[in-house]
Design a binder for this molecule. Structure first.
Ligand SMILES: [Fe+2]
Ligand SMILES: [Fe+2]
Length: 397
């Protein structure tokens, strides 16, 4: 028996096609559906819709209460004839290479052919991926903190002028470096095919992390005065070489593995030697975020190393290229170095300054150890890791 769909007074300008499509979905191609309804324009609209959707409609005059018969076509809609799935939704459904015509389609969506070619140039999974990316993104999203409430801005403390000055100088330096660390992932993420969405999301949160670091270090610098410290040409030269690295994996290596890896030690040092609670809290919060940034960089490079035997050669070349580019620059701002010594000294006696000097020396060798460890994890033999670590920028980032 032929099924009857009664559309009542509902017209095709008010959504009648939804009821019709639902009724046709339960039929097999070639089966009939009887349609009736009171809308005066029912028949012309029904015929036009069916033609467009690949069904056949014919009007009926000799059946009481029936206006038309619809024969279900073979395809719901010719538009979808050449459609393809953009992988499957979960991380397990990620394609090795994402075609540009998938564009901004959600992973796993049925993609109608004929759309624009998207401008993303990082379309190969291995060039951006790390297995830990989805978990790191979830962790990053849950670990966001509010600069307003996470730091006790009104904590009471008084510092001698020279110590406050040293804090302001270090904060000024940190802000400069944090701004580089914000811009680089933000630029890279616009090039990643959104099919690899967890990496895109992770880098977006990473940029948001850096935005908070810029905020808390700026606020600490201006907490007791209205003047920032100095920015050296050498420091900015060092950061400029990071900004201009076009290769995703090399940029991730130089910024996250070597630069932010080195910063983990610096932030740890500042937390330990902070002369006030605000500096201590701000550096501790930033350090926790930085550990995630380093973890992704290391995991990505490790992943890429398993599929690209030439990777270590390229990493080495990137370090050497950067070292050569910075050869005639001063590296770390000497005022920053002196400020670190003063913070670790805590007093203006020869003994205290000597202790501060030694503490900064230990910091530098801890930074070196950390870089060597990460380089060894990426497969560099110990002697080569030591040599490459020494070529790292004196600006730390
Ligand atoms: Fe940061
Ligand atoms: Fe970072």
């Amino acid at each position: 028996m032929t099924e009857v769909l009664d559309l009542g007074w509902l017209s095709f300008e008010q959504g009648a096609h939804l009821l019709l499509r639902r009724a046709l979905d339960s039929l097999r191609p070639g089966e009939h559906l009887a349609v009736t309804g009171g809308d005066p324009a029912l028949l012309p609209h029904l015929r036009a819709w069916c033609r467009n959707q690949g069904h056949h409609a014919r009007s009926v005059e000799d059946e009481p209460g029936i206006k038309a018969h619809v024969i279900r076509g073979t395809a719901d809609d010719d538009r979808w004839a050449g459609a393809e799935r953009a992988g499957r939704p979960g991380p397990g459904g990620i394609a090795a290479s994402a075609p540009r015509h998938w564009g901004l389609a959600a992973r796993g969506a049925l993609v109608e052919p004929g759309g624009p070619e998207a401008p993303f140039d990082l379309t190969d999974r291995d060039l951006v991926w790390a297995e830990v990316a989805p978990a790191l993104y979830r962790h990053a999203a849950s670990a966001q903190w509010d600069p307003e409430t996470a730091v006790a801005w009104d904590a009471e403390f008084t510092l001698p002028g020279e110590i406050e000055h040293a804090v302001v100088q270090v904060m000024t330096y940190l802000v400069e470096n944090e701004q580089a660390a914000l811009v680089i992932p933000a630029r890279l993420l616009t090039r990643i095919h959104p099919h690899f969405r967890e990496v895109m999301q992770l880098l977006a949160v990473q940029a948001a992390d850096e935005a908070r670091h810029v905020e808390v270090f700026t606020r600490r610098a201006l907490l007791r005065g209205d003047e920032m410290g100095t920015s050296s040409a050498g420091g900015r030269h060092s950061l400029a070489t990071l900004l201009t690295e076009p290769d995703f994996s090399l940029a991730s290596f130089l910024l996250s593995v070597l630069g932010e890896g080195t910063f983990l030690n610096l932030l740890d040092f500042l937390e330990t030697h902070a002369p006030d609670p605000v500096t201590r809290q701000a550096t501790a919060l930033a350090r926790r975020d930085e550990a995630r940034h380093v973890a992704f960089g290391v995991a990505h490079l490790h992943h890429l190393g398993t599929v690209d035997p030439g990777l270590r050669g390229r990493l080495r070349a990137a370090i050497e290229r950067r070292h050569d580019a910075l050869l005639d620059t001063a590296g770390l701002n000497s005022s920053v170095f002196d400020s670190l010594v003063v913070l670790a000294a805590g007093a203006w006696t020869p003994e205290a300054i000597s202790r501060g000097w030694q503490a900064v020396g230990r910091l530098q060798s801890e930074m070196d150890d950390g870089r060597q460890r990460r380089l060894a994890h990426l497969g560099f033999p110990a002697d080569e890791a030591a040599e490459l670590s020494r070529l790292h920028t004196r600006n730390f980032m």
